[in-house]
Design a protein around this ligand. Sequence first.
Ligand SMILES: [Zn+2]
Length: 284
Amino acid sequence: MIRLILLIFVPLLLTCPAWCGELFLLSNQVNNGEVAVMYWQGEPLSFGVVRFRDEVFYLYPDSAGAVVLLPISLDVPEGDYPLAAALVDLQGRTTVTELMLRVDYKNRPEEQLTLPERMVTPVAQDVARINREGSLLNEKYDLRSPRLWTTFQRPVDDPVNSVFGKRRVMNGKPKSPHSGTDFRSPAGTLIHSISSGRVVLVADLFYTGQTVVVDHGEGLLSIYAHLSKVLVEEGHELLVGDTLGEVGSTGRSTGAHLHLTVRLLGERVDPLALLDIFEGSLNP
Ligand SMILES: [Zn+2]
């Protein structure tokens, strides 16, 4: 079930019978680091586009019309933002409209970590490896496959022990914010794909150890890190909930846990916020 509390519709009812449909945000308020969801429900579109902060996002078809997931990155300042949309129907008629999105600043905790110094300040040979692996990952984050995502579910049933966006200090040095969500799962716990998709990377990486990357289409990817065992291969098609590996502590990790990162159109977004919007629901 979708959380009903999120169902604050901000409807735009377009004139019928010339144009029948409704453009709305699933919620007109999000926090920085989260995802805004915009729907068109009505007659089929040949094209739909929305502009947010000088960036353009394309709506893509779903069963009731069209949808787009907008990444609201951690560095978006608090404020009210216009979302300017242009919709074109199958006859080529265009409607231009605007919705407002409220972005609130979410205060995220700070975390002090102590790790082997080589994991915090990599030596030259590690830097070369880290750069190579970064390029490989960026290639995957740039994928724009057709939509494969369906419903969403948590990758494991265990509690969260470190949230997305935490400011981190490692061995006394400030580092980039936590890029994902950590689940406190014992080693060997089976990990499930958060939605349907295709495995696009299986690799043993410096920071994230044994890693699986799943492409859910339309620029949405999930990354599962520190695995002890990988049970899929690149190219495998997964349905939501399919098992892809086992929890471990490989790479830069101080103990068994699952680190889950979600990338949306290249931006890191809060995995839990995305799962909370869609968990268990089909075409909300
Ligand atoms: Zn983590």
